[in-house]
Every structure is written in C-alpha cells, then in structure tokens.
Design a protein around this ligand. Sequence first.
Ligand code: ASP
Length: 440
Amino acid sequence: MKKLALHWKILIGMVLGVLFGIGMSQLSWGPGFVTEWIKPMGTIFIRLLKLIAIPLIIASLIKGVSDLQDLSKFSRIGGRTILLYIFTTVIAISIGLVLVNLLHPGSSVGESVVQRITEAYESTASGKVAHAMEAKQRGKLQFLVDMVPSNFFEAASSNRNMLQVIFFAIFFGIALLMVEEKYAKPLKSFFDGLNEVILKMVDLIMLIAPYAVFALLAGLITDTQDPSLFVALGWYAFTVVVGLLLMLVFYLTLNYFITGTNPITFLRGIAPAQLLAFSTSSSAATLPVTMERVEEHLGVEGEVASFVCPVGATVNMDGTSLYQAVAAVFIAQVLAFDLNFSDQLTIIVTATMASIGSAAVPGAGMIMLVIVLEAIGLPQEKLAVGLALIFAVDRPLDMCRTVINISGDATVAMLVAKSVGKLSKPQPKEWDDHYPKDGE
Ligand code: ASP
C-alpha cells in the first residue's frame, strides 16, 4: 500500500482527536479520563520537542555561521531577515486593520453577551493585564540587555531565553571562523555531527506526531467550557481567520514570484510544521520541526535556516500581530470607544512591538495585546473587560495564528536564502523519504 504522507497522518490524528474529544465530553467520566490517560501523551510530545530546541539552535547556528566563508555574508543574511520580518509584520497588521474596519465585528456583539462574557472571564483577564504591565515597566533598551546572557548555562536552561542562546551561538560561530584551521576543524566536525544527530531526533519524535496531536486535540476539546460563547464571538473569529488566510495567500504569492516556488510545493513541505503549530499553539515547540522542514524539504541551506527560523520563532509573529490589530479594534468597537486614523497608525507601530515581545508560547499574544490597548488610550478599568471579551475564542485563534507565525518564518527563510544564493530546488516528490519506513 502507498505510504501516507506525514501531514495526512497528522491531519487524521487531529480529526480523530476532535471526534474523540467531542464523544468523551458527552460522558460524565469522559473529560476526567481524557485528562488522566490521554492528555499526558500530548504533553510528553511537546516536552520532547522543547527538549531538543536549545541543542538544535546551538548546533545548527554554530555550524551555520562557521560554514559561511566570510562574515559579510552573515551580516547580509541578518539585515535582510530583520527587514523582511518587519515588512511582513506591517503587511499583516494592515490586512487585519482593513478587515476589521470593513467587517465591523464589534456590531455583532450585544449588551447581554458583553455582560455574560465579562462575568465569566474578568478575573482571569485581570491577571493577564497585571502580567503585561510588568513587561511594560521595563526600560526602553531592556530588550537589548535581555538578549545578552551573563551565564551560558543559565541561558540554556530555559526555552524562554532563546534569544540569549542565539546570541551565544552566533558569537561562538564568529569566533570559530576567526581561529586557525587546526583548532576550528575538530570543533566544526563536532557541531556538524551534533546537528545531524539532532535532526534525526526530530525525525524520530515526528513518528509519534499523529498520535500526539490526537491526544492534544482530544484534551483541548474536553477542557473547553461554554461553547455558546464561541458562537457569540463568531464574527470576530471569522474576521481574524479570514485575515490569517489572506496572509497565507500573501506568503504563497511572494514565494512564487521571488523564489519561483509552487504554492503546493511550499505547502507540502511545511504542512507538518503547520499542523503541529496548530495543535500546540507554540512556535517555540514547533521550531525543531519548522527548521527541519525548511532545510530538508524546502531547500533552504543550513546556514540560513539555522539563523532565520529561531530568530523568527521568537520575534516574527505575523499571525499574532494581525490578531492583535483585529482584537484591539474589535474591543474598541464593542466598548464604543472611538478610534481615529492616528489611533490606527498607533496600532501598526504598537502591534509590531507587541508581537515581537510576545513569547512563542500559547496565549502570549493576548497578554501583549494589553500594550496595544493602552497605546490607543483604552482606560485602565476597561483593559480587563477588553481581554475578557475575546478570551472565550482565544485558544482556537491562537492555534490559527501560530500556523501563520511559523509559515511567515519559513517564507522569509526561503526569500533570504534565495537572495544570498542558498536556496536549492525543493524535491516535490517522495516527501517523506526522510522518515524511516514502517518496519525499518
Ligand atoms: N502562540 C503564539 C506562538 O507561539 C503566540 C501568540 O500569539 O500567543 O507563536
């Protein structure tokens, strides 16, 4: 029998997980059973992915930088990556703003719904506001200070310090380029080997992906409370999802015209990472798979992928920024808070910053949304109400925006690779040859 491609297997796992979750929700003992016996499988999978994220960044970035023949190439890759990241983020926010002003989802939510939602979620939302305020208290250049680790082991001990690890790896890679060949050679072969081993670990972890997404989605469904609020916020959710889809079309078009990559080829290459982003709501957890797909299935050479993908997972969140723009305007519409043109421009700037500042973990985009709401002048006492309003549908939207976040990283990786001559032609056939065959 013809072997099913990995993305189909994951998709089947997801659908079965949703159905199983719905079925279990109907039984009195169902949700408890799922939490106790099914969910841990999903958690183990996410842990495995997180486990290899830091070693993968270290190995592939050091290998990547030291493979570059000269440093000017590295600064070209860096400069183009940052510019493209800012460009795609501004496009995403603009798409979000146009849609939310056109579709005006705020008008679809009545007084009674606002009251119900506020009662249900205001206290949870207040906690998130406090969290965002803490982040805001920091100095203007603190983000730069935060990038420089003072202790390597401390930096490498938490996935939240990804930028610090990236800093160390680049610094180390540059120094490696500068030492005599006799010293550099053994270290380079060590990191080459380490990189290969870790990519193989990604392959092995991906073997359980279809089962893990089953567990993750079943757990999500049985955890969901009050689905009726989903319907009340349907028009808002629709606006975000349409925006995200348009963003995907934008990536496909950009990629087609600049790198000549057929949209189907791109989607087939990146699909497993997209499905995992959807199931985990975390670009950080998906990073090892994004890197592996971009390198081994989309033809981006290691030195580009190893820089562009981890940096993108931490700072480039187009889906998040689009969602923040739509959510900010939606909240203003519901609370009858007028926004003028300059407020919309403020949203472009602050949502760019807020998405850069959002951690690549579930729900982070919603916390940083507070910064956008504050910048447009929403009164302090309304901040928690604002977040409470969108809370009920945040998780499904988080799943969708994370897909766009990682698709943006992959697209930029391809564009940068093309611009520095480091993009080879992706192989459209035998996509999953890389994965061990059944029984092997
Ligand atoms: N979950 C998103 C990510 O990891 C961030 C967010 O928008 O909450 O990419």
